[in-house]
Design a protein around this ligand. Structure first.
Ligand SMILES: *Cc1c(COP(=O)(O)O)cnc(C)c1O
Length: 422
């Protein structure tokens, strides 16, 4: 069935043009999306999908949410960009909101925000704060094994995967990796020459792996004792995704990190990132020491304000927590699924090796009309819009159960449908 708004040219034609025009950093995507509404998207062949990845944890209100459309359109029609020679009410209001949401336990008045355009940039800002902390007497920055913090040089240096890092060496130095979740290893690595420890509360790209209970509290105590900063990368897990404003609020309710980085869901689809810092860490970047042309622009800031207002007015944090908990436990019962991991609507679905590689299961699911991804060979990741309905969640559970049953019986569903394979 062809949708009325389908762009001329189907998936195949746009794929060819993509390959001739776009650098091959992502591989050629097999589907060309032309429209979205709520939790659904449509491709250039007119096929409808339930989007359970939401642009990788970005489209928290789904596609074309009226609150974001209205906020962005109104701001763009009023004042679209000003540079950081000027400020705007949207920028200031957003920074005030982010301080309150991100670091509610911090000393009042002691927190400040730097607005950027992406997650990797937010982490670059955090790394620059770490470098300024202690200077030459604190040359070491600790990151966790399996960490993902972004693709620009500083964030890349803190990203563990060798295949991402090694082609670009030499990278900024002084970064060391410690095993994730291992308090003893962290204690052994910590010392007075450490500027900062950076952690994701749930390692998303590593296959949705939450830090174990007690780890963040131990990390907070050790960094404080050593005089090092604790940086929490909430780029994927923040802004309601975990069922609270920040995942660390659930995993370690008592702690206050020095720095939190945000992006992905923050703008609901508009590119924006943020560094939120408190205490001394909030003062380490002085005039001229950091900057950005687009960061904090009023259009992106207005989108983020609309996201925050809508998450609040629609009760989406509570909703995300309750739907996520129910859905994850139901998915864990599906034959072929060995476990689920995560919090809220960031769910890793671990698969029995007998069903085949997760990437093949993800492709079967796409052919059945469900978008997910496979961050690891044995794990599917679900990061749907937080507005997902119970019916849509249940439809996915049923489709996954049917598909895994077929694979366990030795007849992968995808094998019967060859037309869409590349
Ligand atoms: C996606 C991600 C980043 C990088 O964000 P970009 O906007 O792609 O630069 C950094 N940290 C974490 C935890 C992420 O999931």
């Amino acid at each position: 069935m062809t949708d009325a708004t389908t762009t001329p040219g189907g998936n195949a034609q746009w794929r060819d043009r993509y390959a001739g025009a776009i650098m091959n950093t992502f591989g050629t995507p097999s589907r060309v999306l032309v429209r979205g509404s709520g939790a659904r998207v449509w491709d250039a062949d007119g096929t409808e999908y339930l989007d359970l990845l939401a642009g990788i944890a970005v489209n928290c209100l789904g596609h074309a949410h009226p609150a974001i459309v209205e906020a962005v359109s109104t701001q763009l029609a009023t004042l679209g960009h000003v540079s950081n020679f000027f400020t705007t009410p949207a920028q200031v209001r957003l920074a005030e909101e982010l301080i309150a949401l991100t670091l509610p336990g911090a000393e009042p008045g002691a927190s400040r925000v730097f607005l950027a355009n992406s997650g990797t940039e937010a982490n670059e800002g955090a790394l620059k704060i770490a470098r300024r902390h202690g200077g030459a007497s604190r040359p070491r920055v600790l990151a966790l094994e399996q960490a993902f913090h972004g693709r620009t040089m500083g964030a890349l240096a803190m990203t563990h995967k060798a295949a991402y890092r090694e082609p670009f060496e030499p990278l900024p130095g002084g970064i060391e990796f410690v095993p994730a979740g291992d308090v003893t290893a962290l204690r052994d690595a910590m010392g007075p020459d450490v500027a900062a420890l950076i952690v994701e509360p749930i390692q998303g790209e590593a296959g949705v792996r939450p830090l174990p209970d007690g780890y963040l509290e131990a990390a907070r105590a050790m960094t404080r004792d050593a005089g090092a900063l604790l940086i929490i990368d909430e780029v994927q897990t923040g802004m309601g995704r975990a069922g609270a404003w920040m995942a660390h609020h659930l995993l370690a309710p008592g702690i206050v990190p020095d720095v939190v980085t945000l992006a992905k869901g923050l703008g609901g689809g508009m590119p924006i990132g943020a560094v939120v810092a408190t205490g001394q860490a909030a003062e380490l970047l002085g005039p001229g020491q950091h900057g950005t042309t687009f960061g904090g622009n009023p259009v992106a800031a207005s989108a983020a304000l609309a996201v925050i207002a809508t998450l609040r007015s629609e009760g989406l944090l509570e909703r995300t927590g309750s739907l996520g908990e129910r859905w994850a436990s139901e998915l864990a019962q599906v034959p072929g699924v060995t476990a689920t991991r995560g919090l809220g609507l960031l769910i890793g679905v671990a698969l029995d090796p007998a069903v085949g590689p997760a990437s093949a299961v993800a492709e079967d699911l796409a052919q059945a009309g469900f978008i997910v991804n496979a961050p690891r060979p044995d794990t599917l990741r679900l990061a749907p819009p937080l507005i997902l309905s119970d019916e849509d969640a249940d439809a996915f559970t049923a489709a996954l159960a049917a598909l895994l049953a077929a694979r366990l019986a030795g007849a992968p569903e995808g094998a019967a449908i060859t037309g869409h394979h590349d």
